[in-house]
Design a protein around this ligand. Structure first.
Ligand SMILES: Cc1cc2nc3c(=O)[nH]c(=O)nc-3n(C[C@H](O)[C@H](O)[C@H](O)COP(=O)(O)O)c2cc1C
Length: 164
């Protein structure tokens, strides 16, 4: 599956089956995490086989069977959210090409502090659930760039350029 196909195929998935991610796939994902951290000056961490972060009743969005996730951390900065979004999207699309499903999660998780590292000068922006989905999802209506972005002259060149 190409990146372009991954963009068309991807849906958020909140329900996952009990199937560990193969070591060779974890290695590919970890390499991409390392690359994103280096290029994007981030501290993203891939957590595997950790079932507590998404257990229990949540206020919004019900998650089931999540045992793997990316923790999206970086040094506090004005453009941190932007970089987390840009590089996080590269991770979810790579995961899709590997046959894995994902869901961005900003609220509905438990903070399992010993599962990841975070310095005092860093911020945990959100998490991305990862695994084999129980539900292939459904096709949503596609939106135009103008509907989802207000890109203007002050938009950073790297965002306008897209890709990775
Ligand atoms: C930064 C961010 C945080 C989110 N936080 C949550 C969350 O805490 N709980 C949840 O159920 N969905 C959350 N969502 C929504 C889903 O990740 C997803 O975007 C939404 O369900 C639309 O689905 P789609 O990706 O298939 O279009 C969040 C999305 C984003 C971008």
């Amino acid at each position: 599956m190409t990146l372009q196909e991954a963009i068309a195929a991807r849906h958020s998935v909140r329900k996952y089956i009990d199937k560990p991610i193969e070591e060779n796939l974890i290695k590919i994902l970890q390499e991409k995490v390392d690359e994103c951290n280096k290029v994007g000056n981030l501290h993203i961490q891939l957590v595997t086989n950790e079932p507590k972060a998404f257990k229990g009743k949540m206020a919004y969005g019900t998650f089931c069977g999540v045992t793997n996730y990316f923790v999206m951390i970086g040094k506090k900065a004005n453009d941190l959210s932007e970089r987390v979004g840009y590089y996080g999207e590269q991770l979810v699309l790579l995961a899709q090409t590997l046959g894995l499903n994902t869901c961005w999660v900003g609220l509905t998780y438990n903070n399992i502090k010993d599962a990841y590292e975070k310095g005092n000068d860093e911020k945990l922006c959100c998490m991305i659930a990862l695994g084999y989905g129980d539900d292939p999802g459904r096709n949503l209506r596609r939106k135009t760039v103008q509907q989802v972005s207000n890109a203007s002259d002050i938009t950073p060149a790297w965002f306008k350029k897209g890709g990775g």
